[in-house]
Design a protein around this ligand. Sequence first.
Ligand SMILES: N[C@@H](CCC(=O)N[C@@H](CS)C(=O)NCC(=O)O)C(=O)O
Length: 223
Amino acid sequence: MMAEKPKLHYFNGRGRMESIRWLLAAAGVEFEEKFLKSAEDLDKLRTDGSLMFQQVPMVEIDGMKLVQTKAILNYIASKYNLYGKDIKERALIDMYIEGMADLKEMIIPLFKTPPDQKDAKVALIKERTTNRYFPAFEKVLKSHGQDYLVGNRLSRADIHLVELLYEVEELDPNIIANFPLLKALKTRISNLPTVKKFLQPGSQRKPPANMKTTEEVRKIFKF
Ligand SMILES: N[C@@H](CCC(=O)N[C@@H](CS)C(=O)NCC(=O)O)C(=O)O
């Protein structure tokens, strides 16, 4: 019997699920999505015992109901061979993606930042991107001259980084100009057939939050 498609439970927006969508798509895995539309939808998952910590993202995959974004990503990356060939490559990948996660943690809450604080938050993100994170990854690529961040082949590190490159580009399209190797990586990864498909309109990739989606999310999570 063919394995069932993974089923993603989240609201219809990026949030913490978007990296999971990217990773599955890049791995060429088809998935289904069940969107939470209301607080009742979330309560239902909670009362039926599907959410270990009463939180989403939750992904049904291979007979499991996985929660915790990192655990979900680790499973997918391991299953589809995107997590290095040995423990040293994995250590590098972990180190790189934790840096990316730190930057991502600054970007995720932006959608619910009050307007009077938003400029300052965006300025800090740009500053950190320009002076800390992008130089670090540019340096990695420069140090070995290879096409991918780790082990001379595609890994989750490349996929998570390219997702971030697109997000930062939405905040400021000029930052990447000073990082030619990151720019080349973005083009290279974007042209992989699976990623190319995901980047096309009509895919399961989610647009940036807007006022309407933010209102929906507020209702679901009651904040
Ligand atoms: N560490 C968890 C955090 C999950 C999380 O904060 N989920 C939010 C939605 S993005 C949620 O379910 N909030 C409701 C709650 O905490 O009760 C993860 O990475 O999956």
